[in-house]
Design a protein around this ligand. Structure first.
Ligand code: ATP
Length: 659
């Protein structure tokens, strides 16, 4: 068996106010055309906002109130100046105090709005993240063998975070800019409509440079994301236990450091370029934004001379004008932001829409108890081809029409089958060994029992019932697997053990560990059962990890046991401890064993010999030997030496069964 089965800077022109979404937009493989903003997606997105609609309502009210308040200070300025020019100083303090009061009011509303937006945004993040995680947990082995783990984690982390930024960023940005635009326009028009029209004439000048520099920045941003991904991938591999081991064994630390520096310098240079380009745009827009007030000062100045306008009105007008330009420019680029937001949601939906290959049927049959009688009835199986994400949509379509999508799958070429015409039976409590050359299909057979995959043809029966009709949770409750490679979580020994049976008591835990010959070792650890086993259990030896995994299986107490014996050579003591633990675990359970040890083979009730995905021989050890077929050859190759040396004694570990 192969391993592993088991800012809101608010600067001119909204240059910096994209909340990283455009970057994300380009990052998500968006070299192609941007996604259509379809009604269906919009509706689906709105569903996520719905639970927080009250919060959003208050947020929008806050935004509108703040926009209204923000246009008032220029009016105060106007009265202060006009009163000063008229030589009336008695009420100036009142307007000055009003400016401070308005700032305070606007600030308080801002705080309220921010806290509500954060709650609504984080709530949405919480919902999407949980939904996606639960969904991914249901995905079968096919998904996990077809998808890079980095990509899955990235969607769960980066994309989901980006979705939250959409909520708190793009939405509030659009709302506050629209509100400011409306409030300022009303204020400007009410003050002097001629001047207002004149001021608006410079608006188009903002769009051209924004568009040009926007394109350059988008390209640079995509390049930066790409090079950052390369750098991250490199770091992930090199700074992982196995990668670090490899680096040290092959003495590649310096070469790796050079590669890292080189990749890192690309990221550095691209980031510098990006920031400089942004600054150029800022400079250009600053000039244009100065042109509007200049025009107003020129025309308005003439009106002041003619007596049609007061100085206070002119100054207040220009102050309002600067309030107008910012939202105008930010809204000019809003479509890209909205598209970016949609793109992020689409990536999440793409994952949510994937259907697990294996799932419960319409009316799954409960199976709380089982005798553990298994029958493989003419089973044929081909591993599904690895699929790219874009193809998964088609697969989903297929699945709506046929059972698990397999009915519509084009005919599988004969050579693609990992198993063909496989028929055999395991009686309740029987011990069956799988034997065969590498790639014969042994592991594949063990995957079909807990329904990691479903057969393409034929059936597998549990107590006479097709596995596809049994409730998946019930089926998996009855099956435990002990594999060659033991996967342990980065947690304490206790937590790793309890994973098999969360309600187990300390006594049960210890009894299981005693049965697995690992209790004495565990209590000898610095913190006993509370010792952290390290990433993937790297702090434990292979033999120790295996015994922990046996203890885990004992705790689960399954009716059916699948065992993939380790091929690695362990020292005699470790081997003995594992053998003994296994023997106890196997007692009274239906078991399917990928056998590598002589003792296991000899103690099996039946041996299924596989070659190229077919059952070529089936029977007890002695019968198979006399047939002089594949089994006899394999047996001769693997065990002749052992048998020669052990000729005088009976084989170790055998309990006499099957001999
Ligand atoms: P070994 O003793 O070397 O572990 P095995 O008898 O357990 O071999 P399997 O792992 O069952 O063999 O593999 C049977 C066939 O299926 C092999 O040809 C293998 O390349 C193929 N195979 C295994 N896993 C996958 C997969 N996820 N996708 C596609 N093909 C696979």
């Amino acid at each position: 068996m192969r391993g592993g089965w088991m800012g809101a800077a608010g600067t001119m022109g909204g240059l910096t106010r994209t909340y990283g979404l455009r970057r994300h937009f380009q990052k998500g493989g968006l070299e192609g055309p941007p996604p259509e903003i379809s009604q269906a997606i919009l509706k689906r997105i709105l569903r996520y906002f719905k639970p927080y609609w009250r919060l959003w309502l208050v947020v929008f009210v806050c935004i509108a109130a703040a926009a209204g308040i923000n246009v008032l200070p220029p009016f105060c300025t106007r009265y202060i100046i006009d009163l000063a020019v008229a030589g009336d100083g008695s009420q100036i303090w009142l307007y000055a105090a009003a400016i401070v009061g308005l700032a305070l009011g606007s600030g308080l509303i801002g705080v309220l709005q921010q806290s509500l937006t954060a709650r609504a945004g984080q709530g949405l993040l919480f919902d999407v993240r949980n939904e996606l995680f639960c969904h991914l947990q249901e995905m079968g082995l096919h998904f996990y063998t077809s998808t890079r783990s980095g990509e899955i984690v990235s969607r769960l982390n980066n994309d989901v975070n980006a979705v939250q930024r959409v909520a708190t960023g793009t939405l509030t940005m659009i709302a506050s800019n629209l509100a400011t635009l409306v409030a300022t326009s009303i204020a400007l028009l009410s003050m002097n409509w001629r001047l207002a029209l004149l001021a608006v004439t410079v608006v188009p000048l903002f769009y051209l440079p924004s568009a040009i520099v926007g394109r350059v920045r988008r390209r640079l941003s995509a390049e930066t994301q790409e090079s950052q991904a390369v750098l991250l991938g490199f770091m992930n591999e090199r700074l992982h236990v196995s990668g670090a081991l490899l680096t040290q064994i092959f003495g590649q630390a310096r070469a790796d450091a050079r590669t890292f520096q080189q990749q890192s310098s690309v990221v550095r240079d691209l980031n510098v370029k990006q920031q400089v380009v942004g600054r150029w745009l800022f400079m250009v827009l600053s000039i244009f934004s100065a042109a509007g007030p200049a025009l107003v000062y020129w025309y308005g100045g003439l009106q002041v001379v003619r007596g049609d306008l007061t100085i206070g009105q002119l100054v207040a007008f220009v102050a309002l004008l600067t309030l107008l330009y910012r939202p105008l420019v930010q809204l000019a680029t809003v479509y890209v932001d909205v598209q970016a937001s949609f793109a992020v949601f689409e990536r999440i939906f793409e994952y949510l829409d994937m259907q697990p290959d294996v799932r419960d049927g319409e009316q799954p049959r409960a199976c709380r108890l089982t005798k553990g009688h298994i029958v493989f009835d003419n089973v044929a199986f081909a591993y599904p081809a690895p699929i790219a994400l874009s193809q998964r949509k088609d697969e989903k379509k297929g699945q709506q029409d046929g059972r698990n999508g397999q009915d519509d799958v084009p005919a599988t070429p004969a050579e693609a089958f990992a198993l063909r015409d496989v028929s055999f039976e395991i009686a309740p409590g029987e011990r069956v060994a799988l034997v065969g050359p590498s790639g014969a299909g042994k592991t594949t057979i063990t995957y079909l029992v807990p329904r990691f995959y479903d057969p393409n043809e034929g059936r597998i029966l549990l107590d006479g019932c097709d596995l596809r009709d049994v409730r998946l949770d019930d089926l998996r409750h009855h099956v435990a697997m002990v594999t060659q490679e033991t996967f342990l979580f980065h947690a304490t020994v206790r937590e790793n053990l309890l994973y098999a049976n969360p309600s187990a008591s300390q006594q049960q835990l210890e009894a299981a560990c005693r049965a697995a010959n690992i209790h004495d070792f565990i209590i000898g650890l610095p913190e006993g059962y509370e010792t952290i086993v390290g990433e993937r259990g790297f702090r434990l030896s292979g033999g120790e990890k295996q015994r922990i995994s046996i203890a885990r299986a004992v705790l689960k107490d399954p009716r059916i046991l699948i065992l993939d014996e380790a091929t690695s050579n362990l020292d005699a003591t470790s081997e003995y401890l594992i053998q003994e633990a296994m023997e106890k675990l196997l007692q009274g359970r239906t078991s399917l064993i990928i056998a590598h040890r002589l003792s296991t083979i000899l103690s099996s009730d039946r041996i299924v010999v596989l070659d190229k995905g077919r059952v070529v021989e089936l029977g007890r050890h002695e019968d198979l030997l006399t047939r002089s077929g594949l089994y006899a050859t394999l047996f001769e190759q693997q065990f002749s030496k052992v048998l020669d040396s052990a000729n005088a004694e009976p084989p170790p570990g055998g309990d006499g069964r099957g001999e």
